[in-house]
Design a protein around this ligand. Structure first.
Ligand code: SF4
Length: 250
């Protein structure tokens, strides 16, 4: 019979913040502070790179991104490609039809503004920038928040499935919907930790806290984790996966 988890205890904002800081510190002890690309990455590149990364792994989205950058001299050339050709170019990233349409919409938008750049979002209020980017069909809150974190270096934590799963298991969030978890963190994330916290949680979710049979016995945050169904097995291995797309775009 499937076991139902008991309702999670409601905890206060300051308790959640303490749990975030404790988790952050354990992750730093284990993974270190991830290197952040010292050059601010152009917002348009990060936006397109993140669209390519939806529902695929970072290596395939990186291949698709690099093939566009190397084959075409400018984003204007990419905009002028027929939809079918763009789909072919980014096929390796999967969902090519959907992603090609989203990229076209973004490039049409910047073309109409007369400049192939999204740097103007740096002048906007954070919520306004999120609203503006999510108004493109095919761009959700996760994608838009990646632009704010990786290009504008804002203290904002994008929540993908890895981040959401780990935050729920650790006991920082309580929702299966990544967007809800994102808005929970939006107002309470302690200053200056977003890049390392987001990046290290992704590594935790890929290397230890996988969807089934997580490697709890060797997990770096097991001390703080509240997950009721921890995997008791000692026969578990870490799955190394440290390539992260968004600090490698140029
Ligand atoms: S202890 Fe287990 S459930 Fe908790 S974060 Fe680590 S791997 Fe995930």
């Amino acid at each position: 019979m499937k076991r139902t988890s008991p309702a999670k205890k409601i905890i206060s904002v300051s308790q959640i913040q303490k749990r975030i800081l404790k988790t952050d510190s354990l992750l730093i002890d284990f993974f270190g502070i991830p290197l952040q690309n010292p050059k601010p990455q152009p917002a348009l590149e990060v936006l397109i790179g993140t669209v390519l990364s939806q529902n695929t792994n970072d290596k395939n989205s990186y291949k698709a991104f690099i093939s566009l950058r190397e084959k075409y001299k400018s984003w204007k050339e990419v905009k002028e490609l027929p939809l079918r050709s763009l789909e072919k170019e980014i096929k390796v990233a999967g969902l090519a039809n959907q992603k090609a349409k989203a990229i076209k919409r973004i490039l049409d938008f910047v073309d109409k503004r007369g400049e192939y750049s999204m740097e103007f979002i740096g002048e906007m209020d954070q919520r306004e920038a999120l609203n503006m980017m999510t108004s493109f069909d095919g761009v959700g809150v996760k994608t838009a928040s990646c632009v704010l974190l990786f290009s504008l270096k804002r203290n904002i934590c994008p929540v993908d499935t890895h981040v959401n799963r780990t935050l729920n298991r650790i006991g920082i969030a309580n929702s299966q919907i990544p967007e809800k978890t994102f808005w929970l963190l939006y107002d309470i994330l302690p200053d200056g930790i977003a890049h390392r916290f987001h990046t290290n949680l992704i590594r935790l979710g890929r290397e230890f806290c996988i969807p089934t049979n997580p490697a709890c016995s060797i997990c770096p945050v097991k001390k703080v984790c509240q997950y009721e169904d921890k995997n008791p097995s000692r026969e578990v291995k870490r799955r190394f996966n440290d390539f992260l797309l968004l600090d490698n775009l140029h």
